[in-house]
Design a protein around this ligand. Sequence first.
Ligand code: PHB
Length: 395
Amino acid sequence: MDGSIISRRRILQAGAVATVAGFVPTRFAIGNTAKVKVGLMLPYSGTYAGLGEAITNGIKMALAEQGGKLGGREIQFVALDDESDPAKAPENATKLATGEKVDFLLGTVHSGVAMGMVKVTRETGTITIIPNAGANVATGPMCAPNIFRTSFSNWQTTWPLGKVAYDRGHRNIVTMTWKYAAGEEMIGAFEENFQKQGGKIAKQILVPFPNVEFQANLTEIASLKPDAVMVFFAGAGALKFVKDYAAAGLKSIPLMGPGFLTDGVLAGQGEAAEGVLTTLHYADGLETAENVRFRTAYTSTYNKPADVYAVQGYDAGQVMLKAMAAVKGDTTDRAALIAAIEKAEIKSPRGPFRFSKAHNPIQDIYLRQVKGGKEMVLGVAEKDVTDPAKGCKAV
Ligand code: PHB
């Protein structure tokens, strides 16, 4: 594997030489000698930089474990920092899909960026694997045969939490998030289920992304005196929110949310995270052979603990490995690549999963709670959660 840019001209020239020498180059013969191009469109700066890094680590670890090749071919990564900026997403996706002609496009973290990205790759047909962004539309109205997701839909992560909160006796809850697709869809799914059970939303607070000045909002929450508070923040924003919440003296009001609130930032949150209750499709403490092996290998490779983002990247790597083995390295056969992914069972550290018809994982959502500085698995909040994929017609 390498990260340098091999010139397309050299690849084409290699084919031409073969012709002169008397070979009849099949499209496969040329493709087979070239490296497989894997585009990484991820945030490597800003609030979500740590998430982009963990995803990249996960992808590279999965590939390295299988000899660092895809379908027998060497791999070339082309990485691009998308800065979690939706305005730049179409241009960035075009750079990789049309400019670099990547064989696989792996991206991204931010839902707004993902929307701009899939708009492009639905047109180019590039095999796209989303290793985080939960934008419901990507496996909903904007679904496409070439678009897959190894993470979650935003709906999936918090729908089960609505019932959990009600069953724990909470009736009056304040929700809070950044004002963009991920946050709105995550708290939206929570609110819908919580209200369906009979609960009431005292107030929904939206702040601009990636703002981390929470003081005024925390003061307002204190004055509202809800039974509990449910929020979505992630990365550096999650780290700060949980600390600020504790520092504002709000620890007596239970804090909950999707597991992004603590994943990857738990150590930095320290005492402040104690008791935080979350739902997610992964938990550090899952005692399956796959998860234990994965976590041990990840720590010894990267010298830090794995988190949900590393898992999603690792599984995107596994998807590419399976697809490329099925076509024996022939990336020109997109239909066969898609068919192989559609029928793959991924042995993920989260537990095994398959893709739904709309290409989103069908997966268990775990209930987790921080106890003694550790993320404990309380159980499964809901089994085999399948995104409703409203509006998906193309697959
Ligand atoms: C998203 O924008 O879809 C997103 C970002 C960070 C997360 C989860 C979802 O941790």
